[in-house]
Design a protein around this ligand. Structure first.
Ligand code: G4P
Length: 525
């Protein structure tokens, strides 16, 4: 298969949902359909992560030996699917935002009883910024929930996203019988079998088949026929509106019982877009371009604790990766021969022989690669759009073992390179500040400092409540500001000037005093 055919069959996506909507369950079902796992239960073990800090830390510590679940690649009906995992815990939402920069579409999983919940809404805001196409799965139809029309209304109202049903539920709760497949015009019944096993499907080719009445009862059969007629009046699926994130195809089902999941996957691979072009500071890079380009959107540590080994996850944007090729790490200008890139299958990692746009490869790295870094075959490009958010929580690292200050700084630097938290160096003195969006990030850092860097540190809360990156087109104004506010000025890992204030009041007041400057709540890395 040629390079262009290979890229056309790729589908790279992530699942977005509110905790408990069923992301883990549906991931598992998709992997079962893709033949990537043989048994239910393989993915579930990870779910503990969002419940308690201790669970999360335990999981972090086990990562080194467990298989990677950050990227799950599998083939389905001729399509090469890359499912990118996002952290379950909301303290790590920044990681999720970055993963969303590496996908071409998203699957939104909703709890049918709850509709669009807070976390989903926040993640959808990110999708909307980038016009990411979104497919919707309304889950848990085996429980009583919203009427399907109400569910669609909820999505339209909260997200401003027009819904186009692709399947339609027959009944709900204990009397959920299956779905009507509006694309193939088939009634699909399911026999619920054991949890996690693929189910037997029974298909009727027409809504007028009298067996429908026999099986679900006259009233339900008529209701279905009526609903389907009503749905005929809705706008049809419009690929353009879907591609620009205005319209979402909607599927109904029950992940745990494997109802409606096959219909979802069948249509998902056909409707979701292949790898898309991505902007750089200078130009748009098209996936069909021959030279290889890509960017790092995630770094995962602990693959091998003894060696501080870290894996940089690189999304390929264009070209054709072949084992042994030389890539330019644009930020440092270094050429690197890549012999041992890693491809992630659901339960396995293998050395990458080749990869195409849409694929994620892992580059081993002992430091040096940062989130946001671009790789090319030589061109000086910088992909844009990978966000960093101004932290809202701040701590000072207090060293418990005074002889280890070098190790502490190194550890904090490396951990913030991974995006685990953000480290700010003061312009004057050595009082480093660590910033995060979620409190759990500090626990993870403390635990990793002691595990991996043998540094015992404690994090002390500070009377600091806001940070903003400061820029200006006017170098004189910036110089004056720097001179007058030295004590409150810091540099982040990429040397960006950062103003850190004790209160939002001081932040706003300062911003007013310096109208020539811009104070940013988020930055592109
Ligand atoms: P998450 O990753 O989005 O947080 O959700 P997850 O898949 O872990 O599912 C959350 C809970 O919802 C789990 O129950 C799961 O079994 C249940 N669930 C998932 N899909 C369905 C469905 O289609 N119908 C029903 N009724 N429940 C569903 P739990 O009690 O938290 O865990 P467990 O005891 O099942 O392991």
């Amino acid at each position: 298969m040629g390079r262009i055919d290979e890229l056309k069959r790729r589908r790279t996506f992530a699942i977005i949902s509110h905790p408990d909507a069923g992301k883990t369950t549906i991931t598992e079902k998709l992997l079962l359909f893709g033949g990537a796992i043989q048994m239910a239960g393989a993915v579930r073990a990870r779910r503990a992560s969002r419940h308690a800090t201790s669970d999360f830390l335990a999981m972090e510590q086990q990562r080194g030996i467990s298989v990677s679940t950050s990227v799950m690649s599998f083939d389905y009906e001729g399509f090469a699917v890359n499912l990118l995992d996002t952290p379950g815990h909301e303290d790590f939402s920044e990681d999720t935002y970055r993963v969303l920069t590496a996908v071409d579409s998203a699957l939104m999983v909703l709890d049918n009883a709850k509709g669009v919940e807070a976390r989903t809404r926040a993640l959808m805001d990110v999708c909307r910024l980038r016009d990411t196409p979104v497919v919707t799965f309304s889950n848990k139809l085996d429980r009583e929930g919203l009427d399907p029309f109400e569910l669609m209304e909820n999505v339209e109202e909260t997200l401003g996203l027009a819904c186009v049903p692709m399947t339609w539920p027959i009944g709900m709760g204990q009397r959920f019988e299956g779905v009507y497949d509006l694309v193939n015009k088939q009634v699909v019944f399911y026999e619920p079998t054991q949890r996690g096993r693929k189910n037997e499907r029974v298909v009727l080719e027409s809504l007028d088949d009298s067996r429908l009445d026999d099986w679900v009862g006259r009233a339900k059969a008529d209701k279905l026929r009526e609903d389907v007629e009503l749905l005929g009046a809705l706008d049809p699926f419009d690929p353009e509106a879907f591609a620009t994130g205005q319209q979402t195809p909607v599927f109904f089902g029950s992940a745990i019982n494997n109802f409606g999941v096959r219909e979802l996957l069948d249509q998902f691979v056909r409707k979701a877009p292949p790898p898309q072009a991505r902007p750089t500071e200078t130009r748009l890079v098209e996936p069909k371009e021959e030279p290889l380009t890509g960017f790092c959107f995630k770094i995962q540590a602990n693959l091998d604790k003894q060696h501080h080994d870290r894996m940089a996850f690189v999304r390929i944007v264009s070209g054709h990766y072949q084992r042994g090729m030389k890539l330019k790490h644009v930020r440092t200008g270094k050429m690197m021969a890549i012999n041992n890139a890693t491809t992630f299958l659901a339960q396995d990692r293998v050395v990458t022989e080749e990869a195409f746009p849409g694929d994620i490869i892992g580059l081993h790295n002992h430091g040096g690669i940062r989130i946001g870094d671009t790789f090319t075959e030589g061109e000086d490009l910088k992909f844009t759009g990978i966000p960093a958010f101004a932290p809202e929580l701040f701590r000072r690292a207090i060293l418990l073992d005074p002889l280890k200050s070098k190790a502490l700084v190194k550890g904090l630097e490396q951990l913030s390179e991974e995006g685990a938290a953000q480290l700010f160096r003061p312009l004057e003195g050595t009082a480093y500040i660590l910033g995060a969006l979620g409190a759990l990030q500090f626990d993870v850092i403390a635990s990793r400092l002691s595990e991996e860097y043998r540094v015992r540190a404690r994090f002390e809360p500070m009377e600091v409540s806001a940070a903003r990156w400061v820029t200006s087109d006017d170098p004189k104004a910036l110089e004056k500001f720097t001179h007058e506010n030295k004590r409150r000025l810091f540099r982040d890992l990429a040397d960006n000037l950062t103003f850190i204030a004790n209160s939002h009041f001081v932040m706003d007041y300062t911003a007013q005093q310096y109208p020539e400057l811009q104070f940013h709540t988020h930055m592109e890395i």
